[in-house]
Write a protein that binds this ligand. Sequence first.
Ligand code: HEM
Ligand code: SF4
Ligand code: SF4
Length: 422
Amino acid sequence: MADNKQHETPMLDELENGPWPSFISGIKRLRDEHPTERINGVANDLLGQLEHSYETRKGYWKGGTVSVYGYGGGIIPRFSEVGQQFPESKEFHTLRVQPPAGNHYSTDMLRQLADSWEKWGSGLVTFHGQTGNIMFIGATTDNTQHFFDEINDYGFDLGGAGPCVRTAMSCVGGARCEQSCANEHKIHRTLVNNFTDDVHRPALPYKFKFKVSGCPNDCMNSIERADMAVIGTWRDDMKVDQQAWKDYVAEKGRQHTIDNIITRCPTRCMSLKDDDSIEIDNRNCVRCMHCLNVVPKAFSPGDDKGVTILMGGKRTLKIGDLMGTVIVPFMKLETEEDYETITEIAENTIDFWAENGLEHERCGEMIERIGLVNFLEGIGIEVDPHMIADPRQSSYVRMDGWDEEAVKWFERQAETAQSAAG
Ligand code: HEM
Ligand code: SF4
Ligand code: SF4
């Protein structure tokens, strides 16, 4: 920055007021305090362009094509339209890099990434963007390749951008969380690693996201945000520690307990006994997690753990927000065969959608357009009564032939149970 004078930033300075941390202060720190002159210069010109944008109320970044060898995506190119005035930040590409599953870093890993980025990039990083990636913001076209080579050497890979399988997300999971019912990180890596080609070479109708939550609290918001959501759950009875429960009632009082737990159970399946013990009608518990979250010492997930799979969640696009639809109500994920089965479900879904989805149509929108029944047939999954919310009240459920169908369903269940028993 030696021969480049500091840009005045009166409008940006306003953004440093108020009680919250300011990204402007952060960029100024890179400009004034970072030991590398190149980074000081980049930060200075970035602030200059941003101030210019605020003054003229226009954005000056345009896209383009930048990639690293062998990859078709993962980099969001940004070229400045006012590069002559702000030459040091005129190429300011973003690299999306996949974080470790569950965002489990070691401080060594973070230092290593930060060092590489300060060597090749602007020093600006977001942990993590909405896309689930580490966002390394601000590299020149040349340095993009150098930075990628360096971090790839020690094990990191680019994430997805464009119409492809995107970077997946999984919750912190069993390592830190008592509610975990699944091996979140194994599911995450198994699914994404199987689709590495589809992450790096955008060739699908639109984006496809996997998200994995270890329990129905769904900390990853996978129901709302993932084309394929995998959520841990259990199918036996939840575990109850009656003494811990009684201690809770004694501490908080009956009224508090009734107002905040018993009457808040959405299916009214809890009953407080006269001796302050608790009775739970597990068949009617919908695993909403409320009681488990409020009294984690007394309630915990059962032992027969597995996952529920939902498809089609997404934010507004052609049609409004969609929540995922249950495709597999419960499956065990223990053996390698179980993992092969879940991978197969994902493969069948992506193949079917790649063939039948319209351009720029998310999987959930395709399901809405062609109907759930056709989708299920396409991916080879049997219709199951558990897929319908309130089947007894839905006017779309056909009851003709009910008895024969019920017999067939029980037969199929018995067959599955028999083949599972070997
Ligand atoms: C005309 C200018 C721009 C357009 C049209 C644009 C458009 C977009 C869009 C559509 C996304 C969402 C992508 C997705 O959901 O996968 C996005 C994300 C992002 N953009 Fe921009 N962008 C622009 C300028 C910039 C600039 C100037 C920067 C930084 C200097 C930037 C940094 C980012 C980052 C970091 C994300 C990812 C955010 C996240 O994942 O949370 N963008 N942009
Ligand atoms: S989704 Fe469940 S298991 Fe995962 S972090 Fe949240 S509460 Fe814990
Ligand atoms: S998890 Fe939800 S539905 Fe189940 S018993 Fe607790 S509050 Fe009721």
